[in-house]
Every structure is written in C-alpha cells, then in structure tokens.
Write a protein that binds this ligand. Structure first.
Ligand SMILES: [Zn+2]
Length: 426
C-alpha cells in the first residue's frame, strides 16, 4: 500500500529532520555564528522597489497573475519574486514556450554559483545553513556548486544592501535565476524561504482555499501592497493550510489572522511538514501515486466507494463491497495529472461534465484529467479537475440522500465528502 509507505517515510523523515536541525543549531552556536537564528528570521521577505507603477495582470508559467510594475522594466510578484519582461507574457502577446520551461529542477538537483556581492559569511555559513534545511527534509534534493555555470539552469546567489530578500523565479528557470538577501535584516531561514520559491512553492496565504482558514483584510493598503495578498489561482493547494509553513507571511493584527482573529508564530527555522509534503508531491509525483488499480473511498460517514453504474455511464458512491465496479485503473498522463478508467470498461474514464462526473471515452481532454493531491486530512486525497484547480470531486447527496450519493465537482470545503482514500489493489 503505497500511500501508507509514503506517510511512514514522511514521518520518519520529519523525525530525522528535527534531530538534524537541533544538531545544526548547536554547531552554529558553537562557532559563534548566530546570524541564521536571529529574530530577524521572522520578518516577511520583501523586495524594496525604488519606483512602482500600475498593478497589472499578465501570464507567468502560462497562468494569469497579478504583478506590480517596478523600476527598470521589472515586475514584482507577491512581494519578493522579481520578474523581467521576458519572464512574463502580456495578454495579447504571442504565445511562446519560454515561460513554461522547467518548473521542477531535473533530478532534484539545484545548481548555484555566486556573484561578486556574495560575502564569505553568505557562502560559508548562511547559504549552507539554508540549503541544509531542505536537504534535511530527506527528499533527495541536492545543491551543487557550479561556479563555471556549465549547467543550463542555475541560481546566482548574491547580497544586497536594500533590506531586500527576493527570488527571480518560482520553480526552475529556463536559464539563470537570482536569489539575493540583505544579511543585516535577514537570515538563513529567509534564504530557505527564497529557496522554497526556487523549488516551486508559492506563499501559503495565497492558496485559493485560504478563506477557509485565514482572514485577509487589505483595507487601507495602497494597491502596490494590497496586490500581494491576492489569491494565486494557478497554484494547487497541497495538504492542509499550514500556519507553520516557511512560506507563510507573519500574521498581522486586523490584516492577516486566523479566522478567530488570533495570530501564529512565524516559522523561518525549517521547512514544515507540509512544505516538505508539497515538494515531495511536486518532485516525486509518479511514485507518489503510482499507476495501478485502486478502490476509492470517501471519508464521509459510513464510507462510500466510487462506483461505476453497471448499465449506464454514470457514477455514484456505493457501500464498500470490493466489487469490480468499484475498481479504477489510475494512470499518470502528464505533469501530475491522471486518468481514472473504469475496471469494467477500460476505454471509459472519469470525466467532468456540466451535470456532474460521468464515464466517457478517453480522448485526453482536460475534463478527463485529475490531480490527486494530499487533502486536509492525513492519508486522504482530493481529485482536482485539470479544467479548474478550484474544483474537486465531491459526493453530492442533494435530493438522493446518503444511500446512493451522486458524484460532482465542487469548490474546496472542509468537508469529508471531498476527501478520498486510495487503496491499491494491484
Ligand atoms: Zn516569498
């Protein structure tokens, strides 16, 4: 049972990570370098722009995002990701593939070099401490020094005196990207946050399901600052909303709080369990949910299994009976999307339609592809439609009751009818 194995590994990983990080802090203290455990780590990372213009919408990685125009023809994405004109595509620009090049670093290997602003403190202490936080996560990530830049993709690491900490890419760049930090303000934890961007993580508070967990109030902010609280509709939430995420901004009274108005302690010490879950999901997708035959059951009371109707191309959730009608072939297609075909007719697969989810002959259209993402509850998953990553497979008991609920796509909720367990049969 792959899922269980994975979770055990993850748990073991977390224990190892905790132990290693304590050792690491002791070592750091013993050599008198406190820079990466300073309280400064708890600051939100920002790029201090000199000039700003309008907030605009443009495509980054083929998704429409909100950007702020800043100096030298650059654009700021979400506070600390600095993009150049060639990184983005304006609505109306001809489509090119350049902005979609590389999102995950091949072979989980991140190459880096320094520019001449990098001090020995950055090279010998802060950067090693930051990368070690990700290495300790146990996901097989490697950071490899490549001063000659012989690799096609690499990070150029440097320092600034602008009180800025920023990255110039979310995910691997097509060529080089830059990470820069002001060490008088920020420490290794903030650098680990920027590495999180380079690996492909967005800010936790921009998840599209955040309203289920946090209050965001941008009243009184100028558009220049308010836009960075906008939801990133392109990013798919993985796992529960994580108040301990290294990618979450510090809470602010009446600006960014939990639903009950309280705040959270800012974590910039280590990637959290959910940060690691997100990277594991992104970089190990095909082993995360391996191809095979599965039974899918919901977490709804009196567990229900996803079942193909024997006569019609409809789907419902029936009492778990371990019948062939409750078996689904799960096959990875591309970029983390799967097709799920019915055991009884392998030409037909789960398809999102206007009326619900039905069985249709597979043609590879987006409505037949599903991401299988970790949900809010350990061991349970969502099936997220490729047509719209805000919609997931959900039981629909409207009118039919609990005995034989229909299956439809709905917006994310904290709802057991949306959480599915995948039991691998073969
Ligand atoms: Zn950031």
């Amino acid at each position: 049972m792959k899922k269980v194995n994975l979770s055990s590994t993850l748990l073991a990983t977390m224990l190892v990570a905790t132990v290693l990080s304590s050792c690491q802090k002791k070592e750091a203290s013993s050599i008198g370098d406190e820079s990466h455990t300073s309280p400064g780590d708890a600051k939100a990372e920002v790029y201090r722009f000199q000039r700003s213009g309008n907030t605009i919408q443009a495509y980054y990685r083929n998704h429409l995002v909100d950007l702020l125009e800043i100096e030298n023809g650059m654009y700021l994405l979400g506070g600390d990701v600095v993009l150049k004109r060639e990184d983005i595509r304006m609505p109306g620009d001809p489509r090119t593939e350049s902005t979609t090049n590389g999102v995950a670093w091949p072979n989980k290997t991140i190459y880096y070099r320094y520019d001449n602003t990098a001090s020995d403190n950055l090279k010998n202490h802060v950067w090693p401490a930051a990368t070690q936080m990700w290495v300790n996560a146990g996901l097989g990530l490697q950071f490899v020094y490549d001063q000659q830049a012989v690799q096609p993709r690499y990070i150029v690491l440097g320092e600034n005196q602008d009180q800025s900490a920023y990255s110039t890419s979310i995910g691997a760049p097509a060529g080089s990207m830059r990470i820069s930090i002001d060490l008088t303000v920020y420490g290794a934890g903030n650098l680990a946050h920027e590495i999180g961007h380079a690996l492909g993580l967005e800010h936790e508070q921009t998840r599209h399901d955040r309203e289920l967990f946090v209050l965001v109030n941008t009243a009184g902010l100028t558009p220049n600052w308010a836009y960075q609280y906008n939801i990133k509709s392109n990013a798919t939430p993985v796992g529960p909303f994580d108040f301990g995420s290294i990618m979450l901004y510090p809470s602010q009274n009446n600006r960014l709080t939990k639903l009950d108005g309280t705040g959270w302690p800012t974590n910039r010490r280590n990637p959290s369990a959910t940060d690691i879950l997100g990277i594991n999901y992104k970089y190990n997708i095909t082993s995360y949910t391996s191809d095979g035959t599965y039974e899918l059951t919901t977490q709804l009371i009196s567990r229900k299994a996803l079942q193909a109707d024997n006569l019609h191309d409809s789907i419902f959730a029936g009492a778990v009976r371990d019948t062939l009608a409750q078996r689904w072939r799960v096959r990875h297609q591309n970029n983390g999307f799967y097709k799920l075909t019915a055991w009884r007719d392998s030409t037909k697969c789960l398809t999102k339609s206007n009326t619900g989810i039905v069985l249709q002959t597979y043609t590879g259209v987006d409505s037949q592809l599903w991401a299988i993402t970790p949900s809010y509850i350990n061991q349970y998953f969502r099936l997220v439609s490729k047509t719209d990553n805000k919609l997931c497979m959900s039981l629909d008991t409207t009118g039919v009751g609990i005995a034989r609920p229909a299956v439809a796509t709905k917006g994310f909720k904290v709802d057991t009818a949306q959480q599915w367990q995948l039991r691998k049969i073969q």
